[in-house]
Design a protein around this ligand. Structure first.
Ligand SMILES: [Cu+2]
Length: 171
């Protein structure tokens, strides 16, 4: 019973946590754990409202969206070379990212925001050079379409069930 109480308290604490946006850091590197010219990490699981902060650790890199690899309604973007870049993700789905000069060398990243609703379309985009193999690995890390992201989506405020009752005059 005691355990149940604690678990319940923990659950409530999580649920009560405000839907505060998180920031994920992705570093642009000449050399990382996965080899030369990488975004690290190259796969991020975020939630709507989160911010992806790309850090220009090494020179000669940037961040550009890949055509056909953005959720519907998200405008394409391209950052300056040698500069940090902030991407606030609002729409659910997969965001395919490349470094403009090192795309064919496999410098790509896949940002998943909530459910991977555009997985099929994004995975169907033809890739160049080493980006092909890198994306194959990254797509393998993506959760199934319809699956929730890393964090539960903020619950919508529940409608007041008692509203109609209380507004009615007692007779
Ligand atoms: Cu690069």
């Amino acid at each position: 019973m005691r355990f149940t109480g604690l678990a319940l308290a923990a659950g409530l604490a999580l649920a009560a946590c405000p839907a505060g946006a998180e920031t994920f850091e992705v570093r642009m590197l000449n050399k990382g754990a996965a080899g030369a010219m990488v975004f690290e990490p190259a796969h991020v699981l975020a939630a709507p409202g989160d911010r992806i902060h790309f850090v220009a650790v090494d020179q000669g890199h940037n961040v550009e969206s890949i055509e056909g690899m953005l959720p519907e309604g998200v405008a394409p973007f391209r950052s300056e070379m040698n500069a940090d870049f902030d991407l606030t993700v609002t729409a659910e789905g997969l965001y395919g990212i490349k470094c403009t000069p090192h795309y064919a060398m496999g410098m790509v990243a896949l940002i998943q925001v909530g459910a991977a609703v555009n997985r099929e379309a994004a995975a169907a985009v033809p890739q160049k050079g080493r980006a092909k193999a890198r994306f194959a690995e990254l797509f393998a890390e993506v959760k199934r379409p319809g699956a929730d992201g890393p964090r539960a989506r903020p619950a919508r405020p529940a409608p007041h069930p008692a509203a109609s009752l209380t507004s009615r005059k007692p007779r």
